[in-house]
Structures are given as structure tokens and as C-alpha cells.
Design a protein around this ligand. Structure first.
Ligand code: PLP
Length: 410
């Protein structure tokens, strides 16, 4: 008889987007002529930039010729891409890493989910709240989350609330933790930490032997100079942090699939017998066993995205989305609402006026102006009373949605 991994039965249904869809469909049946604008999109909408397309075409032609055809590549990624990452993303910022500390993958979500393979199920895990659901669900699957409580919190996870009261800067955990997920610029709130604020977490991690898992998926959207683009800009982070990066949002690779994870050799965790073990070696072992690398064509595409011309072209796309974020921010602020994010990230997070709850305000926006937001409470209990709008819709839709918000007679 085969037995299942019971932790999968503990998982909560992906309630948020299913419930959004259910309410939208119900409204459409009632009001078929309403023109709905989706401002909850979490996916890029612009096509790949020309240099990336050219690189991919060239790579396909190489695969069509027996002299240049490639089969299995290195599980950790081709050297041409690893070197390009080191040069354009780290050396340029004065950060020194070795090629063997970079692991190319099919995206940041897989790596953030899989990293738990090399960590004990005894670890006490901290997450910010609201949170990207992947961190929570993968810890439920690993049996590290305990059981779900009536208030929506998992019994064994430590939650670090981020809200208007603390300026979306989480406090350090009051209880013991072993592993901490940080995502800055943040999804869903769009807020960031300054170098000084992130240093507090790095210092804490070094002092308390905590492992930081740092999600830098939105690094390309940073516009302010005191916001770090990599956690390794902070002294000591190469001893306590793993960094996850993605080409998804920065270069429109959500459908192509490519990311990379940085595991510095100095980052260690402890074995059962109390011995310090470098995580780079374990991650290498995990990847070479369970992963067979990213396609050659994709890695050439990623290399092109990081070239000087690729950076120029992709930064135009980022600027296009960030124009939308600016318009969303200024429209909501103009109404006197409390608005956060949208300066270093493609997400604007705002407080529902008049103290309304997330879902109640979601329903009013849907019914009265036909604009679809995402209820903040869907990202965790501390998101109650907030909503998220994204900058990924096209310009015309974004302008039309904001015109409706501005003229809304509530
Ligand atoms: C979109 C996103 C990612 C990127 O995931 P990929 O698997 O690389 O597409 C990672 N983290 C967060 C918080 C995201 O929103």
C-alpha cells in the first residue's frame, strides 16, 4: 500500500485568486455589459525585447546543426551565463562571488520552494505578513508549519507583521527562529528596506545564527539609491544569506523560465551532530541529483538580457510599468487614501478608505467602477483592510481604471 505525504492535506486551497474569479464571474452574469479592467495581474504583459529574441533565434540555429548542437549542459548553468551574471549583477556593485556560488535555474519560485530540501524540518521559520504564499505553502509541505489556526496563522511559523503602523519595516522576531524569508522590494506590498534597515536583519542573523532566504525578484524595479539591489551589498551577508533572482519580472521571462540562486560558500547550517556544514555543497548535491539544467536557448536569452544592450532594452520595459505605478499612486493619493509601494516595485498597496475590510472594498470597486483589485487579506492576516493594484496592465487600461477611480462618487 502506498501512503501519501499527509502534509499536502494540510494545505489551504488557493483561495485568493479562485475567490476573486468566482466573484468576478458572478458579477459578469449579473452585469454582462460592464467593461471590467483587471488591475490584479501578477504577470508581465510586454513581449521579449529584440536582443533576447535575436539571441534565442541564433541559439535555435545552433541546435539545428550537428557541429553546434548541445545536449545536457551543466546542472548549475553554462559558464557564459554564470560569468555574465557575476559581471553585470555583482562585480559591477563591488560584490565578489565565485562562479560555483551561482546556480542557474528555471525560476525563482522553484528554488525558493526547493531550498527547503536541504534544511531540517525542525527549523523554526519566520515569514513577513502579508507574504508571497510560496514560502508558507512549501513549509507546510515540509511539515515545518504546524497546524492552521482559526486566525489564519500556522502554529509553528513566526509572523513578522508589516503594516502602515510600522511603515512596512518588520520588527525582529521576539522568539527564537532559525530561518527567515525576506522579500524586498516586496510582493505584495511594493515596499522596500533601505540599506540601514536591511543591515539590522543581517546583523541579527549573524549574531543569532539565522539563515536569511532573500527573494530579490523585483530588484530591477528599484529606483531609489538607498535601497539595496542585492543583500550582499550589506557587510556580512555572504555569511548568512542565500539570494534568489529571476528574469521573470525584469526581462519578461515568466513564460521562458529562468532565474538563479546565489549560495555563498561561507553560508552554513548545522548537522544533527552540531557540525557546521556549508550549504553551497548541499545545494550543489541537491541540484545535480534532482535538476538537469535550463535549456541552452533559454540561457542564451538570459545572457542577452544582461548584456549592455539587453539592460537598456529591458529597463525601458521596467520604466513603462513604473509609469503606471506612478499614475496609480498619484490617483489614489489625490483621493486622500493611504498609499504604499509603487516606487521601487510594480505593486501599489493601499488602505481601503473608511476602515473597510479588503473583500468589502474589493466588491465595491468591482460593482461600482468595474475595476478588479486583489484583496490584501488574501496574502495573510496582516493584509486585512488593504488592497493591491499592479502596474502590469497596458497603459490604456491603467489610465481608464484610474480615471474611473478618480471620478468615483462613493
Ligand atoms: C514573480 C515572483 C517571483 C518570480 O518567480 P519565477 O519562478 O522566477 O517566475 C519570485 N518571487 C516573488 C515574490 C514573485 O512575485
Amino acid at each position: 500500500m502506498a501512503y501519501i505525504n499527509d502534509t499536502y492535506l494540510d494545505l489551504q486551497g488557493s483561495y485568493l485568486f479562485a475567490e476573486v474569479q468566482r466573484r468576478v464571474s458572478a458579477f459578469k452574469t449579473q452585469c454582462p455589459e460592464a467593461s471590467l479592467i483587471r488591475m490584479g495581474i501578477g504577470d508581465v504583459t510586454k513581449p521579449l525585447v529584440p536582443v533576447v529574441i535575436e539571441a534565442m533565434h541564433r541559439a535555435v540555429d545552433e541546435m539545428a546543426d550537428s557541429n553546434t548542437f548541445r545536449g545536457y549542459g551543466p546542472e548549475q548553468g553554462y559558464d557564459f551565463l554564470v560569468q555574465q551574471i557575476l559581471r553585470s549583477e555583482y562585480q559591477s556593485k563591488g560584490i565578489s562571488l565565485e562562479p560555483s556560488e551561482i546556480f542557474v535555474s528555471d525560476g525563482c519560485k522553484s528554488d525558493m520552494g526547493n531550498i527547503g530540501d536541504i534544511l531540517s524540518d525542525k527549523n523554526i521559520v519566520a515569514v513577513t505578513d502579508p507574504v508571497y504564499p510560496v514560502y508558507v505553502d512549501t513549509n507546510v509541505m515540509a511539515g515545518r508549519a504546524g497546524s492552521i489556526q482559526a486566525n489564519g496563522f500556522w502554529s509553528k511559523l513566526v509572523y513578522l507583521p508589516c503594516n502602515a503602523e510600522n511603515g512596512f519595516v518588520p520588527e525582529l522576531p521576539k522568539e527564537h527562529v532559525d530561518v527567515m524569508y525576506l522579500c524586498f522590494p516586496n510582493n505584495p506590498t511594493g515596499t522596500t528596506l533601505t540599506r540601514g534597515q536591511l543591515k539590522v536583519f543581517v546583523d541579527y542573523a549573524l549574531k543569532n545564527n539565522v539563515l536569511i532566504l532573500f527573494d530579490a525578484a523585483y530588484e530591477a524595479f528599484i529606483s531609489e539609491s538607498d535601497v539595496p539591489r542585492s543583500i550582499y551589498e550589506i557587510e556580512g551577508a555572504q555569511e548568512c544569506a542565500i539570494e534568489f533572482r529571476s528574469f521573470s519580472k525584469s526581462a519578461g521571462f515568466t513564460g521562458i523560465r529562468c532565474g538563479y540562486t546565489v549560495v555563498p560558500k561561507k553560508v552554513c547550517a548545522y548537522s544533527r551532530s552540531g557540525k557546521k556544514e556549508p550549504l553551497q555543497a548541499l545545494w550543489n548535491r541537491r541540484q545535480t541529483t534532482k535538476f538537469n539544467g535550463v535549456s541552452y536557448v533559454t540561457q542564451r536569452a538570459a545572457e542577452a538580457a544582461l548584456s549592455d544592450e539587453g539592460k537598456r532594452q529591458t529597463s525601458e520595459q521596467v520604466a513603462y510599468y513604473m509609469e503606471h505605478a506612478k499614475l496609480i499612486r498619484s490617483t489614489l493619493e489625490g483621493l486622500g487614501w493611504q498609499v504604499f509601494g509603487g516606487v521601487n516595485a510594480p505593486y501599489v498597496w493601499f488602505k481601503a478608505p473608511e476602515g473597510l475590510r479588503s473583500w468589502d472594498f474589493f466588491d465595491r470597486m468591482l460593482r461600482e467602477i468595474h475595476v478588479i483589485a486583489t484583496p490584501g487579506v488574501g496574502f495573510g492576516p496582516s493584509g486585512e483592510g488593504y488592497l493591491r493594484l499592479t502596474a502590469f496592465a497596458d497603459t490604456k487600461s491603467t489610465q481608464e481604471a484610474m480615471a474611473r477611480v478618480a471620478q468615483w462618487k462613493r
